[in-house]
Design a protein around this ligand. Structure first.
Ligand code: G1P
Length: 294
């Protein structure tokens, strides 16, 4: 039996420059999709995948994230006194859901560097990494899909998605061979190489890494061993390439719809589609959209 994945790391120290001015005084992880902050979608995905221990890597100006997952006595008291029990349950659920720990990344030196900050809290255990910009809507949580592959192969697993070649330079891209698994030929891949943000002409395939990872603990040594790469940052993709020299790594083309909520257009699409799926809002919102003269 492979060791169970008990901890999920959420890098959340980025400056959110793509969303200025909204992110000047507010972390981008707290931007609401309909009525829930982005990071909560990722946290709920981890919980639904069986992971309750959440490690959030924060930076300056991120205290709203800590407050969000903490108890709010004043708010709970007010809701109770007004007999707003449904809203009270929603507010309580947020703090009851998880065991959360925070670690600071003093400088934004890259995704690999952020993950390395969690080393002490993770210890010598496998870990999940969730990038909350990538919001994934699926029947089986994306992280659960990855964990199933991890539990079978006992190796690190990355979420993969095909992206058009004109967008490929925004991603980590893999060279990979399909592996037959559970009667499917085109979901599981054995990774042979990885490149962070390649030029379209240098991309080894159209399979991009999406922000869900299940990693074995040797990744921390690999992060420590590498030099800064793309954008002068310590890249997780480069650490994975280093790890590949000594361990197998798999990729999984997950089932579900992914939204790039770190991008303005992606965020708008996610907002509209999540609102349309809501029982309490979807009907009226659909009618409103149909009535727009576009
Ligand atoms: C990060 C990773 C990249 C991955 C992407 C997925 O890039 O470095 O490999 O493909 O997330 O969203 P970022 O979007 O932070 O530039």
């Amino acid at each position: 039996m492979v060791p169970k994945v008990r901890k999920a790391v959420f890098p959340a120290a980025g400056l959110g420059t793509r969303f200025l001015p909204a992110t000047k005084a507010q972390p981008k992880e707290m931007l609401p999709l309909v009525d829930k902050p982005l990071i909560q979608y990722g946290v709920e995905e981890a919980i639904r995948s069986g992971i309750q221990n959440i490690i959030i890597v924060t930076g300056r100006g991120k205290s709203a994230i800590e407050d969000h997952f903490d108890v709010s006595f004043e708010l709970e008291h007010l809701l109770e006194s007004r007999n707003k029990m449904e809203t009270l349950a929603i507010v309580r659920d947020i703090s009851d859901m998880i065991n959360v720990a925070y670690v600071r990344q003093k400088e934004a030196l890259g995704l690999g560097h952020a993950v390395l900050r969690a080393r002490e809290l993770v210890g010598r255990e496998p870990l999940a990494v969730v990038l909350s910009d990538d919001v994934i809507y699926s029947e089986v949580p994306c992280l659960r899909q990855l964990l199933d592959v991890y539990e079978f192969f006992g190796a690190s697993v990355l979420a993969l998605m095909e992206v058009p070649s004109d967008n490929i330079s925004a991603y980590g891209v893999v060279e990979a061979e399909p592996v037959s698994h559970n009667g499917e030929e085109d979901r599981v891949f054995r990774i042979r190489n990885l490149v962070e943000k390649p030029k379209p002409s240098e991309a080894p395939s159209n399979l991009a890494i999406i922000g869900r990872y299940v990693l074995t603990p040797e990744i921390f040594d690999s992060i420590e061993a590498i030099e800064p790469g793309s954008g002068g940052e310590i890249q997780l993709t480069d650490a994975l390439k280093h790890l590949l020299c000594s361990r197998p790594i798999y990729g999984y083309r997950f089932q579900g719809t992914r939204y790039d909520a770190g991008d303005k257009l992606g965020f708008l699409k996610a907002t509209v589609e999540f609102a349309l799926r809501r029982k309490d809002l979807g009907g009226e919102f659909r009618e409103y959209l149909k009535g727009l003269e576009l």
